[in-house]
Write a protein that binds this ligand. Structure first.
Ligand code: NI
Length: 197
């Protein structure tokens, strides 16, 4: 089932998500709904707060990155292969290390449509999490995959990419962010806006 994506300004996007257990009600459906919602909105990641659930769950599928730029040289063959096959569910994730020199990447967010900003983050992460079967993992990632994980991970901690831009940029975006909260933005997927017009 495709769910509405919660728009910027809704308090649920600012809550720190709680950990869940294997028997969390409807977990299987929540996960499949999140993938369906994300694909419909042409996203590469979606976190539970973005569908109104304040729990530590996010899903990622980086395949669209490789489809957008078939013939440019943005990725090596190895990177392309890795991105094309990266589809994962992260539950109760904990980033335990981030390292390296910060690099910038132009990020967007399904909750903040039509706004993209360069965001600086460290390139390498180590993360512990369980998957949809509650199997435990302790892994390291870098590059674009680490970037997407960091963005989604921020969501389950109540943070948004707009928190990471300069105060000046944020001031300049204020009007557009307010418009998003009010639903004064044209989007091709279903959204839920916090402020009634
Ligand atoms: Ni996002």
């Amino acid at each position: 089932m495709i769910l509405p994506v919660i728009a910027y300004g809704d308090p649920v996007l600012r809550k720190v998500g709680v950990e869940i257990t294997k028997d969390h009600p409807g977990l299987k459906d929540i996960i499949s709904d999140m993938f369906e919602t994300m694909y419909k909105a042409l996203g590469v990641g979606l976190a539970a707060p973005q569908i109104g659930k304040s729990i530590r769950l996010f899903v990622i599928d980086t395949k669209p990155f490789t489809e957008k730029n078939e013939d440019d040289d943005e990725f090596t063959d190895e990177e392309r292969l890795q991105l094309a096959g990266f589809k994962k569910v992260f539950i109760n994730a904990k980033i335990i290390e981030e390292k390296g020199e910060e690099w910038d990447f132009n990020e967007g967010c399904l909750s903040i449509p039509k706004i993209r900003e360069d965001v600086f983050r460290k390139p390498k992460i180590r993360i512990k999490y369980v998957d949809e079967n509650f199997k435990s993992f302790d892994e390291t990632y870098d590059g674009l995959i680490a970037r997407v994980i960091q963005h989604e991970y921020d969501h389950i901690d109540g943070k948004l990419f707009t928190d990471k831009i300069s105060p000046l940029r944020r001031r300049l975006l204020k009007g557009r962010l307010n418009d998003i909260s009010k639903g004064n933005v044209k989007v091709d997927y279903k959204m839920k806006f916090p402020v009634k017009k």
